[in-house]
Design a binder for this molecule. Structure first.
Ligand SMILES: [Zn+2]
Length: 268
């Protein structure tokens, strides 16, 4: 067989021989075999077949080896990984498994005392994903078990004090969540959540931030609080007055701050 030339940049276009093989074997459900033979990833084979409109014949019979493999994998693996290993679609795998009544075989492995203790220890300070990889169970299994054991995440911040809540209420109409969060010393996410919980609303009245001075329409910037002609604001199609909340100067400054912060974050 003529071998496809592989450039450094990645996968080259399919050779005639490869396409011929694909046409011959793919309808018979042998995507994996094709991938092995021509040395391309299984996903690439599937993609190429799809782009050529090739389909697997659903009725293609499972070989004894495939059935054996399915039975072996079934208790411990999810459908996607089984499909990949067997080289059939997830739908085909599920159908076959149900026709073999495999679904009754699958039972979750019970949690050992040791695993539970580890979970209890790790849960407050780690994400479910981290714990899952450490224990060797799926994230959903870990989350489920934690729920059952009524485990709780450690509170990294104390409950909101009355003083903080009052400050939030006072500041919200004129400040952004980001500014308030910095002032109070809590994460922005938590501050936003609290704002939603308290049902705080910005008091925004059109007349309070719009006026006409000697024939020139002006708007008050909510950043620098200065009255400026409307052409000093960028357009914002989604806003009622079609203008940004901040004047161009404030917006540019904020933009610069954002990018600087991001550059620093990337460098770290
Ligand atoms: Zn401004």
């Amino acid at each position: 067989m003529e071998k496809a030339k592989i450039k450094k940049s990645g996968w080259v276009s399919w050779s005639e021989d490869e396409v011929k093989l694909l046409k011959k074997l793919f309808p018979r459900g042998k995507a994996k075999e094709i991938a092995d033979q021509i040395g391309r990833p299984l996903t690439a084979v599937r993609q190429k077949a799809y782009s050529m409109g090739l389909k697997t014949r659903e009725c293609h019979r499972w070989s004894a080896n495939e059935v054996e493999l399915l039975k072996k994998l079934y208790p411990n693996e999810n459908t996607r990984s089984m499909a990949n290993k067997i080289g059939r679609s997830m739908g085909a795998v599920m159908k076959k498994a149900s026709s073999l009544s495999l679904k009754n075989v699958r039972r979750p492995t019970p949690w050992s005392r040791q695993e539970e203790n580890l979970l209890k220890k790790l849960y407050p300070g780690n994400t479910v994903r981290e714990i899952a990889s450490q224990i060797g169970r799926s994230a959903s299994a870990v989350a489920g078990r934690a729920h059952k054991l009524e485990l709780r995440k450690a509170r990294r911040y104390p409950v909101w004090s009355k003083k903080e809540l009052n400050m939030l209420k006072k500041l919200y109409p004129s400040r952004t969540a980001q500014q308030i969060a910095e002032q109070i010393g809590r994460p922005v996410q938590a501050t936003r959540l609290r704002i939603v919980k308290l049902g705080l609303k910005k008091k925004f009245r059109y007349e309070e931030s719009h006026r006409v001075v000697s024939g020139v329409k002006q708007k008050r910037c909510s950043g620098c609080k200065q009255w400026k002609a409307e052409n000093m604001f960028y357009r914002a199609r989604y806003r009622k007055d079609r203008l940004a909340v901040w004047c161009k100067e404030c917006a540019n400054k904020a933009n610069k701050r954002f990018h600087k912060k991001r550059r620093l974050a990337v460098r770290d």
